[in-house]
Design a protein around this ligand. Sequence first.
Ligand code: HEC
Ligand code: HEC
Length: 206
Amino acid sequence: MISFSVSTAEVKMPDLFSIGDAKAGSELVSTCAACHGVNGQSISSDWPSLAGQNQRYISEQLKYFQQGDRENALMMAVIPYLKTLSDSQLLDIAAFYSSQSPAVGQAKDDAELLALGESLYRAGDLERGIPACTACHSVNGAGNAQAGFPRVSGQQKGYLISTLKEYRNLTRDAGDYSLVMQSASQNLKDSDIEALANYMHGLYQQ
Ligand code: HEC
Ligand code: HEC
């Protein structure tokens, strides 16, 4: 098992993870732009933005798609291409997207929805068995690059909703880290997921 005693993204640790070549990566992503945008800011609420996401998280997810551990109908189209790439080329792609400015979204201005989203995100709900999301994704949603915990700030709302539901119903199950989110999402109601997605979409890094 993995231990998750990381308190905040502010903890400075030496970067033990190898770094890709963003420029080389920029030459490998022409087939990705149709959905993830030229600079990694996706154009549909249902498709994830990759801009500003950490390298470790992106490269791990790319390996899951490449090996068929993570499945998605739209990503299927690029699996044959991903299979032609080496681990270091996947890391270059990750470095390219990681170097782009993260998306900034607009939360729906609904006081009740925002209050629920903020309170669950920041504090969780002990009684209902919901952990605080800040513990791993940080207060501003930037995640934790060293640990490979993903950025969630500014992420597309439709995607946040669908992927949280996939953790909850255990269909998103690639890799050990997915078990952490399966457990974190078990007690979320649809209305909690809606509120959390709205809040994270509007979060940004100062
Ligand atoms: C036809 C649209 C489409 C194309 C083309 C596409 N993607 Fe995706 N991508 C998606 C969708 C939709 C998802 C969300 C999958 C899910 O919900 O599990 C995704 C997910 C991802 C993720 C995981 C994001 C996360 O936050 O977990 C990465 C990384 C990724 N794509 C990289 C790429 C790369 C690199 C390429 C080009 C080689 C590419 N994609 C091409 C639609 C696309
Ligand atoms: C103990 C650490 C931890 C806690 C607490 C946690 N997460 Fe996560 N989260 C992770 C990790 C690790 C991943 C990557 C999982 C994977 O590889 O599938 C992740 C992935 C996600 C993703 C998918 C990101 C993407 O781009 O696909 C979302 C959305 C998310 N978490 C939201 C939340 C919310 C909302 C909460 C609070 C209710 C929460 N997380 C609590 C560690 C955590």
